[in-house]
Write a protein that binds this ligand. Structure first.
Ligand SMILES: NC(=O)c1ccc[n+]([C@@H]2O[C@H](COP(=O)([O-])OP(=O)(O)OC[C@H]3O[C@@H](n4cnc5c(N)ncnc54)[C@H](OP(=O)(O)O)[C@@H]3O)[C@@H](O)[C@H]2O)c1
Length: 243
């Protein structure tokens, strides 16, 4: 039987922009209630307004996911408002660019804290809630750079490789609790991530037909698909490339 997303409480991180926003909108369009998380309030409010414009529902919960207490507060506030957590989609991330020898330690740590440790903190806090309700899903947005390293991308690539190892281990721990874990590894996406704006990327693609991008909605569709797979099926990892 295909799971129904109506009234499902899904924590979506990075929900103020790009993939996180598209995912929150797509989930709300299917009747889910996304909990919108990011550091800045304004972009989250804009996502919520887009959802409310078509009659959808969303919660706005600004939080800095590098902060253990902020993650605990986010999970606690979600439970007091909605009594449950059905799924987490961790799309928040930062990039760090340049050769290894140029890296500042604080920026290296920020990359791992946002991309990987936040996923650990969210999972640690939400899994007991999911176990109690009889199951759930944890979805991490990885990257093509989580499958292959690239020059000038070592910190980001390492953090995205680490997500896969973390999620493979977590999967073994929570499978018996009916909690499914999935990583989506997209190639380049038309968002403002990565030092160039979506408009600049689109202009580059227009000038070079060999350069292709996914749209944030493509990743959102993949997340919706993962969350609505039949309950007897599990996609652990999905590599999603522009075509
Ligand atoms: N764009 C690409 O080419 C590409 C390719 C492969 C994979 N990805 C992955 O796709 C995901 C989404 O990226 P995107 O392209 O949509 O980029 P984006 O628009 O820059 O989204 C990143 C989001 O993360 C949030 N964020 C950053 N640090 C945070 C923190 N400490 N606490 C809470 N939220 C934080 C940001 O919001 P605030 O600044 O308000 O906190 C922002 O909304 C990321 O995991 C990225 O690695 C992107």
């Amino acid at each position: 039987m295909q799971p129904d997303l109506a009234h499902r409480i899904v924590i979506v991180t990075g929900a103020g922009s790009g993939v996180g926003r598209a995912t929150a909108v797509a989930l709300a369009a299917r009747g889910a209630i996304p909990v919108l998380v990011g550091r800045r309030l304004d972009p989250l409010e804009q996502t919520a307004a887009a959802i409310r414009a078509f009659g959808g529902e969303a919660r706005v919960m600004p939080a800095d996911l590098r902060d253990e207490a902020a993650v605990a507060h986010l999970i606690g506030a979600t439970i007091s408002t909605d009594r449950t957590i059905d799924a987490i989609v961790h799309a928040a991330a930062v990039g760090l660019y340049g050769p290894v020898e140029s890296y500042d330690l604080a920026r290296w740590r920020e990359t791992f804290d946002t991309n990987l440790t936040a996923l650990f903190l969210l999972s640690r806090a939400a899994i007991p809630v999911m176990r109690e309700r009889g199951g759930g899903s944890v979805i991490a947005i990885g990257s093509g750079a989580g499958k292959q390293g690239y020059a000038n991308l070592a910190a980001y690539a390492a953090s995205k490789h680490a997500i896969i190892g973390f999620m493979q281990s977590l999967a073994e721990e929570v499978r018996a609790d009916n909690i499914r874990t999935s990583v989506v590894n997209p190639g380049s996406i038309l968002t403002d991530f990565g030092g160039r704006s979506a408009a600049e990327k689109a202009a580059a693609a227009a000038a070079d037909p060999g350069k292709r991008y996914l749209r944030p909605e493509d990743v959102a569709d993949a997340v919706v698909w993962l969350l609505t797979q039949p309950s007897h099926a599990w996609t652990q990892e999905m590599n999603l490339w522009p075509w």
